[in-house]
Design a protein around this ligand. Structure first.
Ligand SMILES: C[S@@+](CC[C@H](N)C(=O)[O-])C[C@H]1O[C@@H](n2cnc3c(N)ncnc32)[C@H](O)[C@@H]1O
Length: 415
């Protein structure tokens, strides 16, 4: 087996955070939180200090507990409480935004597809469902700001169509987007925001007919649509998201990850998308049934990272230790007009960390069309160690591949 792609570790991370990142997390967010959530009027227009960090850390800690506990079936509407909105803005927004940045930079051609479609339409229309404070949209704007433009080239006008059942948190995000657009000439006067105080499954009633990209971040985990609404919702969202398709990101836990795997299988088997790997940017490189849609294991990824930001680091340490990993599950569906590249048949996605510590640790790989999951040795003789969850590897040299338990039934756990 040879290690073909270790993109997250070797290529993406050095450039993960665009230049405007620190402006967002160390200036704009703390300024807004202090102005809107300080208990005393006289504090509001002063700079954010260590005292403020201490004051707001309670909300961060309580929210962290709520998010890490086994989620109750219906999450409480936590954003109704200002303490949780401020906690989310200061800590969880940067954390989740970093996950979106990782994915935007892992799939730059999906972003190119969104921009090419926008060029044709004259506007980059983005839907962001369960938007919260605009996390996914803000990350995208940062990426656009960091893009090198040809001489005379400009970013297209941007329309953001936001949906959430909490208007207050969308208004927090509205401030941040407006502040961003006013602070950076490349985006000045270009961003239009539409706030919709509606559940995500109602989005097609308000969305334009065509979108350059649809984003859904950490929302399927805490809300499920009535059965009568879902079919039409997905049909409409997949039909309208024509440029860069639909990106869904969820926590790296079993239930939300398996929701994504099942949705993917349903899109493929129902014909909502053609049964081709070209309809999926990632993580899958095949269009067969997902071997992790049920059972003990689930498809998720972890990326080593140091998230820049003085306040973020402080909150992170307050929660126990500096955060060194981003963990998430995702599914990025491509549009039919802008298909994803199809990987060579000898490539496989690594879907586990190295198993064990020996000199030749093994990893699980995602095996298309096979009921079980296969295990291959993480590196052959003379090859360097360091294969990671998420890497693409070649299994072209079978002498170096040791296969374990290929015939287990679907959903059967493997260690
Ligand atoms: C964990 S936050 C994620 C926010 C943002 N997308 C992110 O990735 O940081 C989940 C968001 O989903 C919203 N939400 C929960 N149920 C919803 C529903 N049925 N329809 C729309 N939004 C919903 C919440 O109000 C909250 O803003």
């Amino acid at each position: 087996m040879s290690l073909l792609q270790n993109s997250l570790k070797n290529n993406v991370l050095p450039n993960l955070f665009p230049p405007a990142w620190l402006w967002l997390v160390d200036e704009a967010i703390p300024k807004w939180v202090k102005k809107s959530y300080s208990p005393q009027e006289s504090w509001k227009d002063k700079p954010f200090t260590n005292e403020d960090a201490k004051f707001f850390s309670k909300g961060v800690e309580e929210l962290s507990e709520l998010f890490t506990e086994e989620r109750p079936k219906g999450m409480p509407p936590y954003f109704q409480h200002p303490r949780y909105r401020s906690g989310y803005l200061l800590y969880f927004l940067p954390l989740q935004a970093a996950k979106f940045l990782t994915l935007y930079q892992t799939y730059p051609r999906a972003i190119d597809a969104a921009l090419q479609f926008a060029k044709k339409e004259g506007v980059l229309r983005i839907a962001d469902l369960g938007v919260g404070p605009g996390t996914a949209s803000l990350s995208l704007l940062l990426v656009l700001l960091g893009r090198k433009l040809e001489r005379g080239e400009e970013l297209p006008p941007v329309e953001l169509h936001w949906f959430d059942t909490n208007l207050s948190v969308m208004k927090d995000g509205q401030f941040l987007v407006e502040e961003l657009a006013n602070s950076f000439p490349k985006l000045r006067g270009k961003v239009k925001l539409f706030l919709n105080d509606l559940p995500w499954w109602k989005a097609p009633t308000r969305l334009p007919e065509s979108l350059a990209l649809t984003l859904m971040g950490h929302v399927l985990n805490e809300s499920s649509a009535p059965k009568s609404e879902t079919g039409l919702f997905w049909e409409e969202i997949l039909r309208r998201s024509q440029g860069g398709g639909v990106l869904m990101v969820e926590p790296a836990a079993r239930r939300p990850a398996q929701v994504l795997s099942s949705l993917r299988d349903e899109f493929l088997t129902s014909g909502l998308i053609e049964s081709s790997p070209a309809r999926i940017w990632g993580p899958c490189i095949h269009a067969g049934a997902c071997p992790m849609a049920e059972g003990r294991d689930w498809c998720h990824f972890s990326v080593p990272v140091q998230i820049p930001g003085k306040w973020f680091r402080g909150f992170s340490e307050g929660l126990g230790s500096e955060r060194q990993w981003l963990k998430y599950a995702y599914l990025w569906v491509a549009s039919s007009e802008f298909p994803a590249p199809v990987s060579a048949p000898h490539l496989r996605r690594v879907i586990s960390d190295p198993l064990g510590r020996g000199p030749r640790p093994e990893v699980l790989i995602c095996e298309p069309e096979e009921a079980g999951r296969w295990t291959v040795s993480a590196h052959g003789p003379g090859e360097r160690a360091g294969v990671m969850r998420g890497d693409l590897i070649s299994i072209r040299r079978p002498s170096q591949v040791s296969v374990k338990s290929p015939k287990r039934p679907k959903g059967f756990g493997l260690t």
